[in-house]
Design a protein. Structure first.
Length: 95
């Protein structure tokens, strides 16, 4: 995986294409920080499958972050559950 600046898109596009050849990866940086990932496609895996894989990976990453937050917060008590149910019912009755 190679890193390229946003300026490289304009000044050295060929280098980026070479890095992505045959399914390679390139990271684009903006002000020294990663901003985007570019992935080359190959003939065996199409665009739809590649996008599906990225979306699945992003969803799993987000799920893991939620699990870490929940573990740090601790278990939900029965009183908290009851309060949430009561609030939802009150909101529904007010409509």
């Amino acid at each position: 995986m190679e890193f390229f600046t946003a300026r490289d898109l304009k000044t050295r596009p060929g280098a980026i294409w070479e890095a992505m050849a045959a399914g390679g990866e390139a990271v684009l940086t903006n002000n020294g920080r990663p901003a985007a990932v570019m992935v080359g496609l190959d003939d065996t895996i199409g665009l739809d499958e590649t996008l599906r894989s990225f979306r699945r990976a992003r969803a799993l990453t987000n799920l893991e972050a939620l699990r870490r937050q929940a573990a740090a917060r601790g278990p939900v008590t029965q009183d908290e559950i009851d309060a949430e149910i009561a609030a939802a019912r009150a909101d529904r009755a007010g409509r």
